[in-house]
Write a protein that binds this ligand. Sequence first.
Ligand code: M6R
Length: 340
Amino acid sequence: MAAEIREQPEAAARLLEEVGGRIATGELWNDLGLPRFDRMRVVACGTSLNAGEVIGSALSRLGGLGHSSVVASEAAGSVVEPGTLTVMISQSGETADVLRALEEGPQGSPVLALVNNVHSTLGRKVDAVLSCAAGPEIGVAATKTFVCQVIVGTGLVISALVASGRMDVARAHRLVNDLYLIPEQLAEAAAAARALLPPLVEEVRGAKGFLFLGRGAGVAYAAEGALKLKEITYRWAEAYPAGELKHGPLALVEEGTPVIVIDDDDHRLAGNIAEVRARGGRIITIGRPGSSVEVPLSLAAPCGPLAAVVPLQMLALGLAVELGFDADKPRNLAKSVTVD
Ligand code: M6R
């Protein structure tokens, strides 16, 4: 897992070299041969679902189109409106819940698979396939595939918006330039986390439960941070949009409860942080200057605060190591879940 976290800047750079030049021209989308769509429905599980949430929210933010994210095991009953593109995201392309959702029918909606292996079962059964090209990922806890799914999925959104005349090419070029900054941002985030996380990990090693908070595009990254922590440290971790705190989860906060906040400078976070501090919670901020772990974030970035995921992954890994667990072989879990 440590190696795969370290590889992320390189994997992102490789991916951008492959697809970056085809985004603003609309080719990335046009080459898939799919019809124009008016809304997106993501179907996935676990980390791939979190990536789908980032991609869907980019579609809404950048293009004003609606999106929904559906847990694959619950997709059967969900309504698919006309004009919907279904995007099935799966690192392995072999996840039984996703394949079952495909069998049960996306009701006339064309299906695009976003996979790490285009020759996987999912990749072979859909209308079009796009690779996240992360290279082999061995660790059960997905890391570099998440980063690559987010990048290529966001690139796809920009490309589809240009191809359908909903975004002008100049804006698309500016957004693609932002994507090209990602490898460097991931590397900087890793360096900051390496320097600043160890004492924080030591401090929270005895905690039984963790809260992860974000706002806007940060919510999906908070969810990913909580998932990583659960998977490899066996500690309870909940992720919430920060505004939900006062609607329930604030009751969980007591003296020393670690509350990790993706702080991308949304002014509303200050109040949430103050509420936690007033109850003795241990706030750890990840993001803008002055945070516990500063990472380069741009508020307007097409992928939202993507670089924040690196310290979140490293927090989970650092705590797992501190507690003596094997992060590469978390109990009860498999890399590819081929049963439902
Ligand atoms: O291969 P997939 O992307 O379809 O896998 C989906 C989930 O099982 C997977 O993301 C799982 O949540 C990971 N172990 C998360 O780290």
